[in-house]
Design a protein. Structure first.
Length: 148
């Protein structure tokens, strides 16, 4: 399953696989952009997402010589132009490379009518504040939610 996903730039779990096609049976208005095929499987395990995926096959990393042209970004932009997505979730990793990639995509998609979101960040379930790094704790404070 993962090896087939690695050859595709898009994926969905409620699909049947063949050697030449990938068929969709999920929501058409929500697109989740991930770095790698295994990220699709991780999100699918949550059973909390009902939309389509686009796999970039990496992240922007000037140190490693990976630029936007090395990723499936042009394919993503073409796909967005062909479809009627209402929201795009940038689900890149919370690393320097993932953040750079998300920022690049945010700038490329600026001015569109599509809602652009990032995955929430914060404290893991079962974690202790005293062992949490400053960046994670800071983002958890910034993204706090009101109790109703």
């Amino acid at each position: 399953r993962a090896s087939f996903l690695s050859s595709c730039c898009l994926a969905t779990s409620s699909a049947f696989f063949s050697s030449s096609a990938f068929f969709f049976f999920k929501g058409d208005t929500l697109l989740c952009v991930v770095e790698e095929p295994l990220d699709v499987l991780a999100i699918e395990r949550s059973q909390a997402f009902n939309g389509r995926y686009h796999v970039l096959h990496g992240a922007i990393s000037p140190v490693e010589g990976v630029g936007p042209e090395d990723l499936k970004i042009e394919e993503l932009l073409a796909r967005i132009a062909r479809n009627d997505f209402q929201e795009i979730i940038l689900a890149t990793n919370p690393t320097l490379e993932g953040e750079s990639t998300a920022l690049y995509l945010q700038r490329r998609l600026a001015g569109s009518d599509i809602r652009l979101t990032r995955l929430a960040r914060g404290l893991p379930v079962g974690g202790d504040l005293e062992y949490t790094d400053e960046i994670t704790l800071g983002r958890a404070l910034e993204g706090r939610q009101e109790l109703t």
